[in-house]
Design a protein around this ligand. Structure first.
Ligand code: UFG
Length: 315
């Protein structure tokens, strides 16, 4: 079975990929600088290399013997990217160029890349297809779009997966792999930790949506990783495909609160707050291409995403 380099394999999404890959019999090398990830999230059956995308020698060494790369590593906080655009360009774009250069040295020409719905910016289509205008509104999204373009120009076999809102958790044979961001900015973990003293802030109740709150397309992290494994098998020589990953449907912030209330069996304290800068009102993926190109179908619903997150936090 193939040996795969997983960059960012100590993070929330990357560590889930590592666990599922080793459970499917892949040999996995994890490359992560632990700036956001956690060493204890790395499956013990994988080989762990602590290193940075900004260190070409470390990348070259880690890639020895690998046949393909799944590239998750990079800075991923939208708010921070607005404050430090140069840092985001340097780590994400220059770092990925280092990765592509190191792959070329080894003759490795297969990559699955973790892109983002943030490449589309303020959406002009609902649902958003891969042909929709890509006009990012923050440096994080701009860095992901620049990488997509760089991969296209490189001519290698590639699939960029544009994630919408990833949620849920995976119980690997070594325990739950939880979302452990610091600071946490994502809705579902914040809904679960809301208290009367620290209620959830609902960012905007005057959006042009069914209940006035933002609509997002949530996809379970296990479904998301299944798509990466399918993508590894769907790579075609010298072709770069872009594929959206969501569930193809949207939930409002109030609907997320209501499903969480049911899962928790208690009220979720929440207060109405102003819109968050940079938020679009509605972001929903078309997943037609993911179904046809990858043969992928997400199967875990929002209730499962929330209940798995609860279980992962109780661990
Ligand atoms: N929200 C709240 N209160 C909070 C946190 C979030 O109301 O305390 C709302 C947001 O306004 C948004 C929704 O919940 O409408 C989801 O917010 P998240 O921060 O969980 O996720 P985003 O949709 O902002 O971000 C996601 C990914 C990013 C990616 C972006 C693309 O997490 O990595 O989609 O637009 F860049």
């Amino acid at each position: 079975m193939s040996r795969i380099l997983v960059t960012g394999g100590a993070g929330y999404v990357g560590s889930t990929a590592v666990a599922l890959l080793v459970e499917r019999g892949y040999e996995v090398v994890v490359f992560d600088d632990l700036s956001m990830g956690h060493a204890d999230a790395v499956d013990p059956r994988a080989t762990f290399v602590e290193g940075s995308l900004l260190d070409p020698d470390a990348l070259r060494n880690a890639l020895a013997g690998c046949e393909a790369v799944i590239h998750f590593a990079g800075k991923s906080l939208v708010g921070e990217s607005v404050e430090k655009p140069d840092l985001y360009h340097h780590v994400n774009v220059d770092g990925t160029q280092n990765l592509l250069d190191a792959m070329a040295i080894h003759g490795i020409d297969r990559i699955v890349f973790s892109s983002s719905a943030a490449t589309y910016g303020q959406p002009v289509d609902d649902p958003i297809t891969e042909e929709s205008l890509a006009a990012p509104t923050n440096p994080y999204g701009a860095s992901k779009l620049a990488i997509d373009k760089m991969i296209s120009a490189s001519g290698i076999s590639a699939i960029s997966l544009r994630y919408f809102n990833v949620a849920g958790a995976y119980e690997s044979s070594n325990g739950w792999l939880a979302e452990r961001h610091n600071p946490e900015t994502h809705l579902i973990p914040l809904v679960l930790r809301a208290t009367e003293a620290n209620p959830l802030k609902i960012f905007g109740t005057d959006w042009d949506t069914k209940d006035g709150t933002c609509i997002r397309d949530y996809v379970h992290v296990v479904d998301l990783i299944e798509a990466h494994i399918l993508a590894l098998g769907a790579l075609k020589p010298h072709v770069h495909e872009i594929v959206n990953l969501g569930s193809g449907g949207g939930y409002s912030v109030r609907e997320v609160i209501s499903v969480a209330t049911k899962v928790l069996g208690r009220a979720v304290p929440a207060v109405e707050s102003p819109r968050r800068a940079g938020d679009p009102g509605t972001l929903v993926a078309s997943i037609v291409k993911a179904k046809s190109l990858l043969g992928w179908q997400p199967t875990r619903d929002l209730e499962t995403m929330i209940s798995d997150t609860v279980k992962s936090q109780d661990r």
